[in-house]
Write a protein that binds this ligand. Sequence first.
Ligand SMILES: [Zn+2]
Length: 504
Amino acid sequence: MLPVSLLIRRARLVPIGPAAAPPQHPVDVLVEDGVVTTVAAHLDPRPGVEEHDADGRWCAPGLWDQHVHLTQWTLSSQRLDLAAARSPEQVLALAAERVASLPGVPVIGWGHRPGGWTRDVTVAELDAVTGETPVVLIAGDGHHAWLNTTALMHLAMPVRDSVVRETEWFAVYPRLVTLFGSDGTSPDAFRRTLDAAAARGVVGLVDFEFGGSRDDWTERWGHDCDLLRVRWATYADTLDDVVAAGLRTGDPLPGCDDRITMGPLKIISDGSLNTRTAWCCDPYSDAHRLEHPAGQPNLSGAELRELLARAHAGGLEVATHAIGDAAVAEALGAYADTGAIGSIEHAQLVGREDVCRMAALGVRASVQPAHLLDDRDLTELAWPGRAERCFAFRWMLDDGVELALGSDAPVSPLDPWLAIAAAVHRSADDRDPWHAEQALTPAEALAASVDGQPTVGVGSPGDLVLLDADPLAVGPDSAATGAALRSMPVALTAVAGRVVHSTL
Ligand SMILES: [Zn+2]
């Protein structure tokens, strides 16, 4: 079906990059065969070309999420998060909202804590707000679930007016997959995930799913999941297969088109802050309780270099997960020694000198700003005195490191505006920004979210978004700017000229 042509009228171009000119008058943008061919004050209609009137909306290059675990995100986004519900009424409201937004799609909710509630719940009240859609709400301790009548009947269970507990519940749990007609990873489920991403302006993502094969993607691609651009990453276990197939980074996956390409080799070189396994130069504050007081590497230096060298020889870029400062330093040493190119994923805690080295080596920093919101308190606890070296985006930009933002979904939601907002306003609550000196401007955060594309112009890929608000607008303070970015309304998303989301 591709490539596709598209004419967008009266759009204000969002300037990308430090030297970009400020926005001029609205223009018409013509995409032909998937590429922008003309930008002009007014273009005549083209026969057979789909037209959309932007009516002065802001047009930017489409957004990328550079770090996604798409299968995990697809599974977790199908589960309705009930952890915040404080009463049966709040659970019912969340269930009703989900059914209204995805009518007919079975709901599995999880995480409510009925232990403190003052009354028992009934099936009848759940039926009243969910109707014919099967709904299963699993309590946070996993020991019982609140099912509506449709779900009880689908699962061939006796109809009742109370929750299903303990042994009876444990017996039915494995049969929940029958509600979805699959294990939750059907092409339909992926398509819903991709549709939701498109609605937030996403045109592409790098899929770092564990244990996946490229056949999974090839198969899915042919089943209506060819919506966004995808770069599929391999891990070490499938590296030989990829190299034997002659697949180099950037090559289309066999049997698909050029919207889905071979991505990098992914290497997980250390652990995480949460589990105290990220490999650091200094011990954790609670080192006395740890087997490895400063964390440790997952691979020896020789193993790491061997993998980088093998990938590089096979034409593959490398994405090296490194969270602690020792892991970042070691990874940079491996890039320097092997000549491999690619990214450090996370680079959460860095030495000041290593940022300069990263720039000198041309290694990209693939970072997830939304994690700083979650890790703020833990960092102060576990890495006291090191917070000024965490999520050090300002140092990276100042030194000339290429920044690429992502979500690490499902760790944070697949929504680039959350990452952009967190990079701009480093706080999730009423507290002041956490190390505001490392904050980015909206222009810098947006430029780090468009896969290196400049302002939309002739030769740009037809990967475009139309926004209802100016993404570079600066509010009275960073809290206001961040709030506006977090809720940025996306009117239209196009990939290679094909409209994949529109509210127009
Ligand atoms: Zn990840």
